[in-house]
Design a binder for this molecule. Sequence first.
Ligand SMILES: [Zn+2]
Length: 238
Amino acid sequence: MSEFCFLGVNGSIQELHGGNTSLLIRGIEGCLCADLSCNLAAVIEAEPDVVVLTHEHIDHVYGLPSFLHQSWLKGRKKPLKILVPTRMEAIPEEMIGLFRLREKKGIFDITVSDEKVLYVGSLRVETFVTDHTQTSIGLIVEEGEKRLVFTSDTKPGLSLPRADVLIHEASGLSIEEETLVKKGHSSGVDAGMAARETGAGKLYLCHLPEEGKYKVLKDAQRAFPQTEIPKLLKWYRV
Ligand SMILES: [Zn+2]
């Protein structure tokens, strides 16, 4: 049974006790991390096989060099694949190059890939195009019959597959819809509507605003009552 654990649920602005949106997903075998920013100690301990960077915005990628460096210091030997959208390969490569990470003595193998479908242990992972930047992606993660869908950042209106669990961004309230969409984001109500369309049993919100996240939650619950804001560092089952 696959499980997931949030490292942060905030949008671009961090809080004292909360960081930018990123999460670990693990199966019976295999683990991946979707975006890299805060709570890196938990990521290093989980030793993900794959790190996915969903798009190039700073709040989704800035943790990468420190994650690689700390994993090396902690003696990681397992190879790491960094999965990115096509045409985003230069971003991890430049961060790796800037800190000369591949020159560290005995550092594990690091590859950058733009595969669209891959297997991570018992997890089947497929990427899909989202409506946020020119190259942004979301993730469909399956183990057996169970399916988790993670939109990362996106405008509303994606055609999403059936999901048991939907993790959708919710950057603001529906009264702010016009501004949100201009910036490539969705409201809580958009997330709730998407959850209905996917037939999800549960909706988890992320990429929440620094202030007013519980108002966004209430807004989303009007459209989809089985919505919650995940607690950080807690494992949830799909
Ligand atoms: Zn973004």
